[in-house]
Design a binder for this molecule. Sequence first.
Ligand SMILES: CC(C)(COP(=O)(O)OP(=O)(O)OC[C@H]1O[C@@H](n2cnc3c(N)ncnc32)[C@H](O)[C@@H]1OP(=O)(O)O)[C@@H](O)C(=O)NCCC(=O)NCCS
Length: 182
Amino acid sequence: MLAMAAETGERALRSKTSVHEAVRVRPLLREEIGPLARAIDEQSEPQILNRWREQEMGYRELMVADLDGALVGTVSLSETERPPNALHLFALEVGPAWRNKGVGAAIVEYVVDEARRRGRARVYLEVRIDNRARRLYHRLGFRRVGPAFANAYWLFHADGSRERIEEPSYRMVRRVTSDSSR
Ligand SMILES: CC(C)(COP(=O)(O)OP(=O)(O)OC[C@H]1O[C@@H](n2cnc3c(N)ncnc32)[C@H](O)[C@@H]1OP(=O)(O)O)[C@@H](O)C(=O)NCCC(=O)NCCS
């Protein structure tokens, strides 16, 4: 089942002129929690389940990147006012088998387009200072603001335990409007 989806995903990538066109970002369905966990990382189902619960509490919108039926990545969004009128992009992950094909860039571009559709003035994210994703974000117009800080979050393990992680991170921002609020 997963292999079949992966095959159609590969075909979609080959047949479209751009990955951006082939990748569809949409809300995750409840029954896709397990399949997404397996596509991203075998161990992370409690992590995805926790994201689902946080969505139910209104703390995030949990999105999936779908490539002709293959679940290839995920991202979470939340509208925030600090910084003002912003869309927060976080928990971006692309399945190991799908990396380096432009899927991550397509997801980030989707979020920027979504911010524009919602009339949000900027998209921001946090990234570990040694994460190669910084280059990707920079290429897509994000710029670092402020000094490094300790970004803290809970990591949920497959055995149900959780671990507090603190990572030295930068905040990066991309403005998305062309009016005087820039
Ligand atoms: C970071 C992450 C989301 C990037 O996803 P991705 O799908 O690999 O991203 P892209 O393919 O768009 O771009 C990644 C690289 O592939 C290159 N690339 C893009 N399209 C490509 C293609 N068709 N063929 C080969 N390489 C390509 C890009 O140039 C980029 O290189 P660079 O950033 O090292 O200079 C992914 O590596 C990941 O899930 N990492 C683990 C979780 C993580 O760190 N998330 C970010 C938290 S802030």
